[in-house]
Write a protein that binds this ligand. Sequence first.
Ligand SMILES: Cc1cc2nc3c(=O)[nH]c(=O)nc-3n(C[C@H](O)[C@H](O)[C@H](O)COP(=O)(O)OP(=O)(O)OC[C@H]3O[C@@H](n4cnc5c(N)ncnc54)[C@H](O)[C@@H]3O)c2cc1C
Length: 378
Amino acid sequence: MNYDFSEKEFTLFVDINEKMAGLAANGQLDRKDPAHNKENIKQALKQLAQTPYLKLGLQPVDGYQGQLSWMGAAETLAAVSPSAYLAVEASTRLFGRAVNEWGDSNQKSKWLTPLLEGNLIGALAISEETLNIENDPLTAQGERQGESVAINGAKQYVINAPIADWIAVAGTCDDAYALFLIEKEASGLTVEPAMETLGYDGTPISGIRLEDCRIPNEQVIFPPADIDMAEAIRMWENQILLGAGLGLSKAAYETARDHAKSHRSGGKPIIAYQEVGFKLADMLTLFQTSQLLAYRTAWTAETSPKEAGELLLCAKVFCAESAEQVCSEALKILGGNGYITGNSVERAYRCAKYVQIAGTSTEIGRVKIGDAALGYRN
Ligand SMILES: Cc1cc2nc3c(=O)[nH]c(=O)nc-3n(C[C@H](O)[C@H](O)[C@H](O)COP(=O)(O)OP(=O)(O)OC[C@H]3O[C@@H](n4cnc5c(N)ncnc54)[C@H](O)[C@@H]3O)c2cc1C
C-alpha cells in the first residue's frame, strides 16, 4: 500500500487551491444566488479544466494515480468550496463517468469532450420520486418507438438540474438498465424550481419530470448486461461524498485551530484552555483517520476494484459521521462567531448533514456492512 503523493500531485493541489480561492472569496460560490449560480459553476469548471482535475479517475493522466490523485484533489476543492465541489463532481464524476464508462465513441465525443474542457454542465438523476434506490427499483421507463425513445418518470433531488445543459436519467428500456441523455430544452422535460436546502447553498438542486419525452436512440446508453447500474452509480456517489467529507473536516478543523490560537478570552488565547486543545486533538484524529481510510479506498479502487465495495461503505460511514462531529466541535470552538450565519464552519456543519444522508446513508451503510460480515453480500 502506498498512499504517498508525488511533487506533481502536491503541485496540483496547490494549483487548485489558488485557482479556486479567488472565485470562492467571500463565500460567493457557496451562497444561494439563482442569477449567478450557473455562471459561477461554469467558471469553476473552466478553471479546473486548465488542470488535470476533471480527467482524474476517468482517464489516465501521465504522472497521476487515478482515483488516489483525485481523492487528494477532491479534498482540496471541497475544502475551498463545498458547493462548487458537489456541482463539479455531479457533472464530471456522475454524468461524465457514466458516459466515459458505458458510452460509445460517438457519445463520448458528443458529451465527454466538452465536459472535460469545462464547456458542459451535466447532472445525473437516479433517485426516484419518493423512492430510495437502495430499497426500491428504478421506475423511469423508456419505450422504443422506431428511431426514438419516449420516456416517462419523475425524479427528485437532482443536483445541477436547474443549471445543467444535459441530464442523464437512469431508468429501464427493453427490460434492461438504461441512461437517457436529455438536453435541457427537450420537450416533455420539466425541470422544477430549485429547492431551498439546509446546506450546499451554491449547488442548485431540483426535481425533474418526464412526460412522453422523446429522444433519438443515439441518446440512450446501455451499460453492459453484467453491470448493476444502480449499484455502480451509488458507488460513484459514495466516492464523491468521501471527498466532500474530507474537505468539510479539513476546512472546519483548520478554521477552528486558527481561531483558537488567535481569539482571546479571559486574557489568553482560548487554545490555552486544555478542553479546547482536547477538542482540536479529537477533531484532528477523526480527520486524519478519515483521510487514511478514504485514501486507502481510492488506492484499492485503482489496484483491486473487486475488493473496494465493502471498504468504501466503511469509509463512507466513518467519513460522513466524522465530518459532522468535526464540524460540530469546530462550531463550539468558534463560540458566538460560529453561530452567526455566513462563516465557513457553520456552512460546513450544514453541508455535513447532507454527506450523512446522501449516497448510501449511514444507516443503510451499516446494514450492508453487517450483511457482508454475515456473508449475505460479497
Ligand atoms: C440535497 C439532495 C441532493 C441530492 N442529489 C441527488 C442527485 O443529484 N441525484 C440523485 O439521484 N439523488 C440525489 N439525492 C437523493 C439522495 O441521494 C438519497 O437517495 C435520497 O435522499 C434517499 O431517499 P429518501 O430521502 O426517500 O430517504 P428514505 O429512504 O426515506 O430514508 C429515510 C431514513 O430511513 C433510513 N433507511 C431507509 N432505508 C433503510 C434501510 N434499508 N435500512 C436502514 N435504514 C434505512 C435512511 O438511512 C434514513 O435515515 C439527493 C438528496 C438530497 C437531499
